[in-house]
Design a protein around this ligand. Structure first.
Ligand code: ADP
Ligand code: MG
Length: 264
């Protein structure tokens, strides 16, 4: 995993989204959204239900194509690339609902997720050459390290269907990290978590950043957002209504009105 970044890389944005729109028939889910993310920065994306947060993550990750606007990642346009073409560039996501393989173990799930970064040719794996065996051992060690990192080492050999929903969310994060991302997009990672689990998730998100990986997090829990994010982007009806530090967002009248005041 990349832990050192050159000073030039640090100063240039990793992700630049510029005026992106998404229309679903007559519904404009995202309208003219622009913001950027620097390497190893933690950004929050908040807003009321239906304000376009998940759609924004779908557009940035390449789950859905944009209707208009541009997305630049690591210095190149990724508009024309789908999700599986963006992952190898270092842009990966988790889903709001857990999407795991029920019939495999926690360790196998992480190994499968990491297969995009396998360097051995398929024929070498079939022949089980020395290089292929070494690569497999390396991948297993990496998967174990990631499970340790997210706090799932104890359940590595359990079926993904047998662990708690909070553990499944941590597993999705480990799976996302297995592709060696530069940016991970987390859509409501704390859903279904109790306070203690949310605290651990906060620490994990800061640990991801400490590895040099940027994080975009969508979350309803203001406590978590305010604790982990350096900057927050606020959406309302598909448009950005505010952007700033947690303190600035807390004090912003438009945010209080549209979001904090209305929804809470
Ligand atoms: P959030 O994640 O902030 O709750 P979403 O991005 O899921 O909001 O939704 C934004 C708007 O786009 C909503 O009005 C929603 O109904 C609509 N929407 C989202 N996905 C689709 C889709 N696949 N087809 C049609 N409308 C959609
Ligand atoms: Mg959503």
């Amino acid at each position: 995993m990349e832990t050192t970044l050159g000073s030039k890389q640090m100063s240039e944005p990793l992700l630049v989204i510029d005026g992106i729109d998404k229309n679903f028939g007559g519904v404009q889910a995202v309208k003219g959204l622009s913001f950027s993310i620097k390497p190893a920065e933690v950004i929050g994306l908040i807003g009321p239900n239906g304000s376009g947060k998940s759609t924004s993550v779908n557009l940035i990750s390449g789950t859905l194509p944009v209707s208009a606007g541009s997305i630049q990642f690591a210095g190149r346009s990724v508009n024309a690339l789908n999700i599986s073409e963006r992952v190898p560039l270092g842009l990966t996501r988790t889903f709001q609902t857990t999407a795991l393989f029920a019939e495999c173990t926690v360790l196998e799930q992480v190994l499968t997720a990491g297969h995009t970064s396998f360097v051995t040719a398929p024929w070498a794996a079939v022949l089980r050459t020395k290089a292929a065996r070494e690569e497999e051992a390396r991948q297993r060690a990496k998967a174990h390290e990631l499970l340790q990192f997210v706090g799932l080492a104890d359940v590595a050999d359990q079926l993904t269907s047998a662990i708690s929903s909070a553990q499944q969310r941590l597993l999705m994060i480990a799976s996302a990290l297995a592709s060696d991302p530069k940016l991970v997009l987390l859509d409501e990672p704390a859903a279904g978590m109790v306070a203690k689990e949310r605290k651990e998730l906060s620490r994990l998100i800061m640990g991801i950043r400490d590895r040099g990986i940027a994080v975009l997090v969508i979350e309803h829990h203001m406590g978590l957002i305010m604790e982990v994010c350096e900057r927050i982007v606020v959406l309302n009806f598909g448009q950005k209504i505010a952007e700033g530090t947690p303190a600035e967002i807390r004090a912003n009248p438009a945010v209080i009105d549209a979001y904090l005041g209305g929804a809470h």
